[in-house]
Write a protein that binds this ligand. Structure first.
Ligand code: NAP
Length: 444
Protein backbone atom coordinates (compact mmCIF):
# COMPACT_ATOMS: atom_id res chain seq x y z
CA UNK A 1 0.00 0.00 0.00
CA UNK A 2 2.92 2.34 0.78
CA UNK A 3 4.07 2.22 -2.89
CA UNK A 4 0.64 3.43 -3.97
CA UNK A 5 0.67 6.27 -1.44
CA UNK A 6 4.22 7.22 -2.54
CA UNK A 7 3.20 7.27 -6.22
CA UNK A 8 0.26 9.52 -5.36
CA UNK A 9 2.34 11.87 -3.24
CA UNK A 10 5.06 12.02 -5.94
CA UNK A 11 2.40 12.67 -8.61
CA UNK A 12 3.86 9.82 -10.66
CA UNK A 13 2.79 9.30 -14.26
CA UNK A 14 0.45 6.75 -15.80
CA UNK A 15 3.23 4.19 -16.49
CA UNK A 16 4.19 4.10 -12.80
CA UNK A 17 0.58 3.58 -11.76
CA UNK A 18 0.07 0.87 -14.40
CA UNK A 19 3.14 -0.99 -13.12
CA UNK A 20 2.11 -0.84 -9.46
CA UNK A 21 1.06 -4.12 -7.95
CA UNK A 22 -2.47 -3.95 -6.53
CA UNK A 23 -2.73 -5.65 -3.12
CA UNK A 24 -5.32 -8.44 -2.93
CA UNK A 25 -7.07 -6.94 0.13
CA UNK A 26 -7.73 -3.50 1.61
CA UNK A 27 -9.18 -1.91 4.75
CA UNK A 28 -12.77 -0.75 4.59
CA UNK A 29 -15.53 0.55 6.85
CA UNK A 30 -18.34 -1.98 6.84
CA UNK A 31 -21.64 -2.86 8.42
CA UNK A 32 -22.42 -6.56 8.86
CA UNK A 33 -25.57 -8.37 7.77
CA UNK A 34 -25.44 -10.37 11.01
CA UNK A 35 -25.87 -7.07 12.96
CA UNK A 36 -29.08 -5.95 11.22
CA UNK A 37 -31.37 -6.55 14.24
CA UNK A 38 -28.98 -5.16 16.87
CA UNK A 39 -30.85 -1.91 17.53
CA UNK A 40 -34.38 -3.32 17.54
CA UNK A 41 -36.61 -1.66 20.13
CA UNK A 42 -34.18 1.23 20.72
CA UNK A 43 -35.04 4.90 20.17
CA UNK A 44 -33.71 6.48 16.93
CA UNK A 45 -31.37 8.79 18.85
CA UNK A 46 -29.90 5.93 20.95
CA UNK A 47 -28.84 3.79 17.96
CA UNK A 48 -25.07 4.22 17.99
CA UNK A 49 -23.06 3.95 14.72
CA UNK A 50 -19.91 3.33 16.78
CA UNK A 51 -21.20 -0.12 17.68
CA UNK A 52 -22.30 -1.16 14.17
CA UNK A 53 -19.50 0.23 11.98
CA UNK A 54 -16.45 -2.03 11.65
CA UNK A 55 -13.05 -1.89 9.97
CA UNK A 56 -12.50 -5.06 7.95
CA UNK A 57 -9.80 -6.34 5.62
CA UNK A 58 -11.74 -7.20 2.45
CA UNK A 59 -10.79 -8.65 -0.95
CA UNK A 60 -10.34 -6.26 -3.91
CA UNK A 61 -13.36 -6.84 -6.18
CA UNK A 62 -12.95 -7.68 -9.85
CA UNK A 63 -13.66 -4.81 -12.26
CA UNK A 64 -16.22 -5.20 -15.03
CA UNK A 65 -16.71 -3.08 -18.15
CA UNK A 66 -17.07 0.62 -17.50
CA UNK A 67 -15.68 0.51 -13.96
CA UNK A 68 -12.61 1.95 -12.24
CA UNK A 69 -10.70 0.99 -9.12
CA UNK A 70 -9.58 4.06 -7.21
CA UNK A 71 -7.13 4.55 -4.36
CA UNK A 72 -9.18 6.61 -1.92
CA UNK A 73 -7.18 9.30 -0.16
CA UNK A 74 -10.19 10.72 1.68
CA UNK A 75 -13.93 10.35 1.99
CA UNK A 76 -16.64 11.94 4.12
CA UNK A 77 -19.60 11.14 6.34
CA UNK A 78 -23.02 11.71 4.86
CA UNK A 79 -26.34 11.31 6.56
CA UNK A 80 -26.75 8.14 4.49
CA UNK A 81 -23.75 6.76 6.45
CA UNK A 82 -25.88 7.29 9.55
CA UNK A 83 -28.97 5.65 7.99
CA UNK A 84 -26.92 2.60 6.89
CA UNK A 85 -25.18 2.22 10.23
CA UNK A 86 -28.38 2.25 12.28
CA UNK A 87 -30.30 0.13 9.72
CA UNK A 88 -32.95 2.85 9.32
CA UNK A 89 -35.46 3.23 7.78
CA UNK A 90 -34.52 -0.15 6.24
CA UNK A 91 -31.35 -2.25 6.16
CA UNK A 92 -29.24 -1.47 3.08
CA UNK A 93 -28.59 -5.20 2.60
CA UNK A 94 -32.01 -5.30 0.90
CA UNK A 95 -30.65 -2.91 -1.77
CA UNK A 96 -27.63 -5.15 -2.36
CA UNK A 97 -29.85 -8.23 -2.70
CA UNK A 98 -32.07 -6.38 -5.18
CA UNK A 99 -29.04 -5.28 -7.22
CA UNK A 100 -27.84 -8.89 -7.39
CA UNK A 101 -31.24 -10.01 -8.74
CA UNK A 102 -31.46 -7.18 -11.29
CA UNK A 103 -28.11 -7.57 -12.95
CA UNK A 104 -25.36 -10.24 -13.19
CA UNK A 105 -22.75 -7.54 -12.43
CA UNK A 106 -24.73 -6.69 -9.32
CA UNK A 107 -24.15 -10.15 -7.87
CA UNK A 108 -20.66 -9.14 -6.64
CA UNK A 109 -22.34 -6.54 -4.40
CA UNK A 110 -24.49 -8.99 -2.43
CA UNK A 111 -22.12 -9.85 0.42
CA UNK A 112 -22.47 -10.38 4.19
CA UNK A 113 -20.74 -7.01 4.62
CA UNK A 114 -21.53 -3.61 3.12
CA UNK A 115 -18.62 -1.24 2.42
CA UNK A 116 -20.28 2.13 2.86
CA UNK A 117 -19.48 5.71 1.88
CA UNK A 118 -20.74 7.89 -0.98
CA UNK A 119 -17.86 10.36 -1.39
CA UNK A 120 -14.24 9.93 -2.44
CA UNK A 121 -11.20 11.85 -3.58
CA UNK A 122 -8.24 9.85 -4.83
CA UNK A 123 -6.39 8.47 -7.82
CA UNK A 124 -7.43 5.97 -10.50
CA UNK A 125 -5.49 2.71 -10.17
CA UNK A 126 -7.12 0.47 -12.79
CA UNK A 127 -9.93 0.77 -15.33
CA UNK A 128 -12.13 -1.96 -16.76
CA UNK A 129 -12.82 -2.56 -20.46
CA UNK A 130 -14.45 0.29 -22.34
CA UNK A 131 -13.14 3.12 -20.14
CA UNK A 132 -11.44 5.79 -22.24
CA UNK A 133 -12.05 9.05 -20.41
CA UNK A 134 -9.97 8.15 -17.35
CA UNK A 135 -6.67 6.30 -16.88
CA UNK A 136 -4.44 5.11 -14.03
CA UNK A 137 -2.82 8.08 -12.28
CA UNK A 138 -5.75 10.52 -12.83
CA UNK A 139 -6.59 12.55 -9.74
CA UNK A 140 -10.34 12.42 -9.27
CA UNK A 141 -13.37 12.89 -7.10
CA UNK A 142 -16.36 10.57 -7.41
CA UNK A 143 -20.02 11.52 -7.39
CA UNK A 144 -22.39 8.87 -6.13
CA UNK A 145 -24.81 8.29 -9.01
CA UNK A 146 -24.65 4.72 -10.28
CA UNK A 147 -26.81 4.05 -13.36
CA UNK A 148 -27.08 1.25 -15.90
CA UNK A 149 -28.72 3.34 -18.69
CA UNK A 150 -30.07 0.30 -20.51
CA UNK A 151 -33.60 1.70 -20.40
CA UNK A 152 -34.75 4.67 -22.53
CA UNK A 153 -36.17 6.28 -19.37
CA UNK A 154 -32.81 7.57 -18.15
CA UNK A 155 -31.62 9.20 -21.33
CA UNK A 156 -33.10 12.69 -20.78
CA UNK A 157 -32.09 12.84 -17.14
CA UNK A 158 -29.95 10.02 -15.78
CA UNK A 159 -31.66 10.29 -12.37
CA UNK A 160 -34.73 8.83 -14.14
CA UNK A 161 -32.95 5.58 -14.96
CA UNK A 162 -35.00 2.77 -13.35
CA UNK A 163 -31.70 1.17 -12.31
CA UNK A 164 -30.48 4.34 -10.56
CA UNK A 165 -28.61 3.66 -7.31
CA UNK A 166 -26.63 5.69 -4.80
CA UNK A 167 -23.09 4.29 -4.74
CA UNK A 168 -21.91 3.20 -1.28
CA UNK A 169 -25.52 3.14 -0.04
CA UNK A 170 -27.46 1.06 -2.55
CA UNK A 171 -24.27 -0.53 -3.94
CA UNK A 172 -21.26 -2.08 -2.26
CA UNK A 173 -17.53 -1.10 -2.46
CA UNK A 174 -18.10 2.51 -1.32
CA UNK A 175 -15.74 5.33 -0.45
CA UNK A 176 -15.03 4.85 3.28
CA UNK A 177 -12.14 2.55 2.45
CA UNK A 178 -8.61 2.45 1.07
CA UNK A 179 -9.94 1.40 -2.37
CA UNK A 180 -13.31 1.85 -4.03
CA UNK A 181 -15.00 0.53 -7.15
CA UNK A 182 -16.96 3.10 -9.15
CA UNK A 183 -18.45 3.34 -12.59
CA UNK A 184 -16.07 5.51 -14.63
CA UNK A 185 -18.95 7.92 -15.33
CA UNK A 186 -18.94 8.78 -11.62
CA UNK A 187 -15.50 10.34 -11.95
CA UNK A 188 -14.73 14.06 -12.18
CA UNK A 189 -11.47 16.00 -11.97
CA UNK A 190 -10.26 16.71 -8.44
CA UNK A 191 -10.40 20.46 -7.59
CA UNK A 192 -6.66 20.99 -7.29
CA UNK A 193 -6.65 23.91 -4.84
CA UNK A 194 -8.11 21.59 -2.20
CA UNK A 195 -6.61 18.95 0.09
CA UNK A 196 -7.81 15.37 -0.37
CA UNK A 197 -10.25 15.62 2.53
CA UNK A 198 -11.60 19.01 1.40
CA UNK A 199 -12.03 17.73 -2.15
CA UNK A 200 -13.88 14.61 -0.96
CA UNK A 201 -16.32 16.49 1.24
CA UNK A 202 -18.67 18.38 -1.13
CA UNK A 203 -19.61 15.46 -3.47
CA UNK A 204 -22.99 14.10 -2.40
CA UNK A 205 -24.44 17.13 -0.62
CA UNK A 206 -23.10 19.73 -3.05
CA UNK A 207 -24.57 17.92 -6.08
CA UNK A 208 -27.88 17.34 -4.27
CA UNK A 209 -28.18 21.00 -3.27
CA UNK A 210 -27.34 22.06 -6.84
CA UNK A 211 -30.14 19.98 -8.37
CA UNK A 212 -32.68 20.72 -5.64
CA UNK A 213 -32.17 24.49 -5.68
CA UNK A 214 -30.47 25.61 -8.90
CA UNK A 215 -31.25 23.08 -11.62
CA UNK A 216 -34.42 23.29 -13.73
CA UNK A 217 -35.04 19.74 -12.50
CA UNK A 218 -35.38 21.22 -9.01
CA UNK A 219 -36.55 24.67 -7.87
CA UNK A 220 -34.74 26.54 -10.69
CA UNK A 221 -33.77 29.46 -8.45
CA UNK A 222 -33.42 32.86 -10.11
CA UNK A 223 -31.85 36.17 -9.10
CA UNK A 224 -33.69 37.89 -6.25
CA UNK A 225 -35.49 34.76 -5.05
CA UNK A 226 -35.94 34.52 -1.30
CA UNK A 227 -34.87 31.03 -0.23
CA UNK A 228 -35.73 29.63 3.19
CA UNK A 229 -33.03 27.09 4.06
CA UNK A 230 -33.48 24.59 6.88
CA UNK A 231 -30.24 23.43 8.54
CA UNK A 232 -28.47 26.22 6.68
CA UNK A 233 -25.00 25.43 8.03
CA UNK A 234 -25.39 21.62 7.79
CA UNK A 235 -24.40 19.18 5.05
CA UNK A 236 -26.96 20.21 2.41
CA UNK A 237 -27.76 23.63 3.84
CA UNK A 238 -24.14 24.86 3.78
CA UNK A 239 -24.24 24.49 -0.01
CA UNK A 240 -27.81 25.75 -0.43
CA UNK A 241 -26.78 28.96 1.38
CA UNK A 242 -23.75 29.36 -0.90
CA UNK A 243 -25.76 28.67 -4.08
CA UNK A 244 -28.42 31.18 -3.07
CA UNK A 245 -25.82 33.90 -2.52
CA UNK A 246 -23.79 32.93 -5.60
CA UNK A 247 -26.89 33.03 -7.79
CA UNK A 248 -28.17 36.40 -6.59
CA UNK A 249 -30.83 35.05 -4.26
CA UNK A 250 -31.62 36.09 -0.69
CA UNK A 251 -31.18 33.29 1.86
CA UNK A 252 -33.17 33.10 5.06
CA UNK A 253 -31.10 30.64 7.08
CA UNK A 254 -32.60 28.51 9.86
CA UNK A 255 -30.13 27.02 12.37
CA UNK A 256 -30.09 25.91 16.01
CA UNK A 257 -27.19 27.68 17.71
CA UNK A 258 -25.35 31.03 17.80
CA UNK A 259 -22.21 29.34 16.34
CA UNK A 260 -24.18 28.05 13.36
CA UNK A 261 -25.85 31.45 12.95
CA UNK A 262 -22.40 33.04 12.83
CA UNK A 263 -21.26 30.60 10.10
CA UNK A 264 -24.25 31.65 7.98
CA UNK A 265 -23.44 35.32 8.52
CA UNK A 266 -19.79 34.66 7.64
CA UNK A 267 -20.96 33.06 4.38
CA UNK A 268 -22.74 36.33 3.60
CA UNK A 269 -26.32 35.64 4.74
CA UNK A 270 -28.07 38.63 6.29
CA UNK A 271 -31.21 36.88 7.50
CA UNK A 272 -30.73 34.13 10.09
CA UNK A 273 -33.27 32.51 12.41
CA UNK A 274 -32.02 30.57 15.44
CA UNK A 275 -34.82 28.04 15.89
CA UNK A 276 -33.65 27.14 19.40
CA UNK A 277 -33.96 30.78 20.51
CA UNK A 278 -37.36 31.21 18.82
CA UNK A 279 -38.41 27.80 20.21
CA UNK A 280 -40.96 27.00 17.50
CA UNK A 281 -43.35 24.20 18.47
CA UNK A 282 -44.96 23.27 15.16
CA UNK A 283 -46.47 20.17 16.82
CA UNK A 284 -48.62 20.44 19.96
CA UNK A 285 -48.37 16.68 20.36
CA UNK A 286 -47.14 13.87 18.02
CA UNK A 287 -50.43 14.00 16.05
CA UNK A 288 -51.47 17.67 16.08
CA UNK A 289 -49.81 20.66 14.48
CA UNK A 290 -50.18 24.24 15.65
CA UNK A 291 -50.93 26.65 12.78
CA UNK A 292 -50.36 29.56 15.18
CA UNK A 293 -46.70 28.52 15.30
CA UNK A 294 -46.58 28.42 11.48
CA UNK A 295 -47.90 32.00 11.55
CA UNK A 296 -45.32 33.08 14.16
CA UNK A 297 -42.58 31.58 11.96
CA UNK A 298 -43.96 33.28 8.82
CA UNK A 299 -44.13 36.62 10.65
CA UNK A 300 -40.46 36.29 11.65
CA UNK A 301 -39.49 35.65 8.01
CA UNK A 302 -41.45 38.73 6.88
CA UNK A 303 -39.79 40.86 9.58
CA UNK A 304 -36.40 39.89 8.17
CA UNK A 305 -37.25 40.22 4.49
CA UNK A 306 -39.22 43.45 4.62
CA UNK A 307 -42.57 41.73 4.31
CA UNK A 308 -41.84 39.07 1.68
CA UNK A 309 -42.45 35.32 1.82
CA UNK A 310 -39.98 32.73 0.50
CA UNK A 311 -40.10 31.98 -3.23
CA UNK A 312 -38.43 28.66 -2.43
CA UNK A 313 -38.24 26.53 0.69
CA UNK A 314 -35.24 24.17 0.77
CA UNK A 315 -36.77 21.24 2.70
CA UNK A 316 -35.22 18.14 4.23
CA UNK A 317 -36.16 17.87 7.94
CA UNK A 318 -39.55 16.47 6.82
CA UNK A 319 -42.43 15.73 9.20
CA UNK A 320 -41.33 18.19 11.89
CA UNK A 321 -41.17 21.23 9.57
CA UNK A 322 -43.11 20.40 6.40
CA UNK A 323 -46.47 21.90 7.49
CA UNK A 324 -44.70 25.16 8.32
CA UNK A 325 -42.73 25.06 5.06
CA UNK A 326 -45.88 24.74 2.94
CA UNK A 327 -47.59 27.51 4.95
CA UNK A 328 -44.80 30.12 4.68
CA UNK A 329 -44.01 29.64 0.97
CA UNK A 330 -44.99 32.59 -1.27
CA UNK A 331 -48.10 32.33 -3.47
CA UNK A 332 -46.87 30.47 -6.58
CA UNK A 333 -43.67 29.43 -4.81
CA UNK A 334 -41.89 26.09 -4.57
CA UNK A 335 -41.16 23.70 -1.73
CA UNK A 336 -38.25 21.54 -2.92
CA UNK A 337 -37.74 18.45 -0.79
CA UNK A 338 -35.07 15.74 -0.83
CA UNK A 339 -35.47 14.08 2.55
CA UNK A 340 -37.43 13.47 5.73
CA UNK A 341 -34.91 13.25 8.55
CA UNK A 342 -37.56 13.67 11.29
CA UNK A 343 -40.18 11.42 9.67
CA UNK A 344 -41.43 10.70 6.17
CA UNK A 345 -45.19 10.81 6.79
CA UNK A 346 -45.63 14.54 6.17
CA UNK A 347 -48.77 16.47 7.07
CA UNK A 348 -49.66 19.90 5.72
CA UNK A 349 -52.79 21.93 5.16
CA UNK A 350 -53.48 21.45 1.46
CA UNK A 351 -55.66 24.57 1.27
CA UNK A 352 -52.52 26.70 1.54
CA UNK A 353 -50.98 24.74 -1.32
CA UNK A 354 -53.74 24.70 -3.90
CA UNK A 355 -55.42 28.03 -3.18
CA UNK A 356 -52.04 29.74 -3.41
CA UNK A 357 -50.81 27.75 -6.40
CA UNK A 358 -47.69 26.49 -4.65
CA UNK A 359 -45.90 23.38 -5.82
CA UNK A 360 -43.92 20.66 -4.09
CA UNK A 361 -40.96 19.32 -6.05
CA UNK A 362 -39.28 16.05 -5.11
CA UNK A 363 -35.55 16.00 -5.71
CA UNK A 364 -32.95 13.28 -5.29
CA UNK A 365 -29.17 13.46 -5.73
CA UNK A 366 -28.20 14.79 -9.21
CA UNK A 367 -27.47 13.54 -12.71
CA UNK A 368 -23.86 13.36 -14.00
CA UNK A 369 -24.15 16.76 -15.66
CA UNK A 370 -25.50 18.41 -12.51
CA UNK A 371 -22.84 16.74 -10.34
CA UNK A 372 -20.21 17.87 -12.86
CA UNK A 373 -21.49 21.49 -12.82
CA UNK A 374 -21.52 21.48 -9.01
CA UNK A 375 -17.93 20.14 -8.92
CA UNK A 376 -16.87 22.67 -11.56
CA UNK A 377 -18.02 25.53 -9.31
CA UNK A 378 -15.93 24.05 -6.48
CA UNK A 379 -12.93 23.71 -8.83
CA UNK A 380 -13.26 27.35 -9.90
CA UNK A 381 -13.30 28.52 -6.26
CA UNK A 382 -16.84 29.90 -6.59
CA UNK A 383 -18.41 27.44 -4.13
CA UNK A 384 -16.34 26.21 -1.18
CA UNK A 385 -16.06 23.04 0.85
CA UNK A 386 -17.68 23.19 4.28
CA UNK A 387 -15.33 20.75 6.04
CA UNK A 388 -15.13 21.34 9.79
CA UNK A 389 -13.22 18.30 11.03
CA UNK A 390 -11.56 15.07 9.80
CA UNK A 391 -11.19 11.67 11.40
CA UNK A 392 -8.91 8.72 10.59
CA UNK A 393 -10.59 5.73 8.91
CA UNK A 394 -10.59 3.77 12.19
CA UNK A 395 -12.73 6.49 13.78
CA UNK A 396 -15.37 6.69 11.07
CA UNK A 397 -17.91 5.36 13.63
CA UNK A 398 -17.24 8.32 15.93
CA UNK A 399 -17.55 10.67 12.93
CA UNK A 400 -20.95 9.17 12.03
CA UNK A 401 -22.02 9.34 15.69
CA UNK A 402 -21.37 13.10 15.76
CA UNK A 403 -23.42 13.63 12.58
CA UNK A 404 -26.23 11.46 13.99
CA UNK A 405 -26.26 13.55 17.19
CA UNK A 406 -26.20 16.84 15.19
CA UNK A 407 -22.96 17.79 16.98
CA UNK A 408 -21.19 18.64 13.72
CA UNK A 409 -20.93 21.71 11.52
CA UNK A 410 -20.98 21.50 7.72
CA UNK A 411 -19.23 18.31 6.64
CA UNK A 412 -17.10 15.78 8.51
CA UNK A 413 -14.20 14.22 6.59
CA UNK A 414 -12.47 10.84 6.85
CA UNK A 415 -8.83 10.21 5.91
CA UNK A 416 -8.48 6.89 4.12
CA UNK A 417 -5.05 6.39 2.47
CA UNK A 418 -3.98 9.99 3.15
CA UNK A 419 -1.40 9.64 5.95
CA UNK A 420 -2.38 13.02 7.38
CA UNK A 421 -4.65 15.98 6.70
CA UNK A 422 -3.52 18.84 4.49
CA UNK A 423 -2.06 16.90 1.54
CA UNK A 424 -2.97 16.96 -2.14
CA UNK A 425 -2.95 20.67 -3.04
CA UNK A 426 -1.49 21.53 -6.45
CA UNK A 427 -3.03 24.92 -7.27
CA UNK A 428 -1.57 27.07 -4.48
CA UNK A 429 -2.54 30.30 -6.17
CA UNK A 430 -6.30 29.61 -6.17
CA UNK A 431 -5.99 28.20 -2.65
CA UNK A 432 -4.44 31.34 -1.26
CA UNK A 433 -7.14 33.45 -2.94
CA UNK A 434 -9.94 31.39 -1.37
CA UNK A 435 -8.35 30.26 1.90
CA UNK A 436 -10.63 32.22 4.22
CA UNK A 437 -13.69 30.68 2.55
CA UNK A 438 -12.17 27.18 2.61
CA UNK A 439 -11.39 27.52 6.33
CA UNK A 440 -14.73 29.05 7.29
CA UNK A 441 -16.11 25.89 8.94
CA UNK A 442 -12.79 24.66 10.39
CA UNK A 443 -12.63 26.97 13.37
CA UNK A 444 -16.33 26.89 14.14
P1 NAP B 1 -26.96 17.31 8.35
O1 NAP B 1 -25.55 17.70 8.05
O2 NAP B 1 -27.22 16.55 9.62
O3 NAP B 1 -27.80 18.66 8.35
C1 NAP B 1 -29.19 18.65 8.58
C2 NAP B 1 -29.56 19.84 9.43
O4 NAP B 1 -30.98 19.87 9.54
C3 NAP B 1 -29.07 19.76 10.84
O5 NAP B 1 -27.75 20.22 10.98
C4 NAP B 1 -30.05 20.64 11.59
O6 NAP B 1 -29.57 22.00 11.58
C5 NAP B 1 -31.32 20.58 10.72
N1 NAP B 1 -32.37 19.86 11.46
C6 NAP B 1 -32.28 18.66 12.05
N2 NAP B 1 -33.42 18.38 12.69
C7 NAP B 1 -34.25 19.45 12.50
C8 NAP B 1 -35.57 19.76 12.92
N3 NAP B 1 -36.27 18.94 13.70
N4 NAP B 1 -36.08 20.95 12.53
C9 NAP B 1 -35.37 21.81 11.78
N5 NAP B 1 -34.13 21.56 11.35
C10 NAP B 1 -33.58 20.39 11.71
O7 NAP B 1 -27.57 16.43 7.21
P2 NAP B 1 -27.57 16.67 5.63
O8 NAP B 1 -26.37 16.07 5.05
O9 NAP B 1 -27.87 18.09 5.36
O10 NAP B 1 -28.81 15.76 5.22
C11 NAP B 1 -30.12 16.12 5.68
C12 NAP B 1 -31.11 15.05 5.21
O11 NAP B 1 -31.11 15.02 3.79
C13 NAP B 1 -30.78 13.64 5.66
O12 NAP B 1 -31.97 12.96 5.95
C14 NAP B 1 -30.13 13.01 4.44
O13 NAP B 1 -30.24 11.60 4.39
C15 NAP B 1 -30.91 13.69 3.33
N6 NAP B 1 -30.20 13.77 2.05
C16 NAP B 1 -30.85 13.37 0.93
C17 NAP B 1 -30.22 13.43 -0.29
C18 NAP B 1 -30.91 12.97 -1.54
O14 NAP B 1 -30.26 12.87 -2.58
N7 NAP B 1 -32.19 12.67 -1.52
C19 NAP B 1 -28.91 13.90 -0.37
C20 NAP B 1 -28.28 14.37 0.79
C21 NAP B 1 -28.93 14.28 2.01
P3 NAP B 1 -29.83 22.97 12.81
O15 NAP B 1 -29.75 22.11 14.04
O16 NAP B 1 -28.73 23.98 12.72
O17 NAP B 1 -31.18 23.58 12.61
Amino acid sequence: MQEIIDAIENRSGREVFESLEIPSTYRAVTVHKSDVGMFEGMKFQDKDPRTSMHIDEVPVPELVAGEALIAVMASSINYNTVWTSIFEPVSTFGFLEKYAKANPNGQRHDLPYHIIGSDAAGVVLRVGPGVNAFAPGDRVVAHCLSVELESPMGHNDTMMDPEQRIWGFETNFGGLAEFAVVKANQLMPKPEHLTWEEAASPGLVNSTAYRQLVSRNGAGMKQGDIVLIWGASGGLGGYATQYTLNGGGIPVCVVSSPEKAQICRDMGAKHVIDRSVENYKFWKDPHTQDPKEWQRFGKKIRELTGGEDPDIVFEHPGRETFGASVYVTKRGGTIATCASTTGFMHEYDNRYLWMNLKRIVGSHFANYREAYEANRLIAKGMIHPTLSKSFPLEEAGQAAFEVHQNQHQGKVGVLCLAPKAGLGVIDGELRSRTLSEINRFTNS
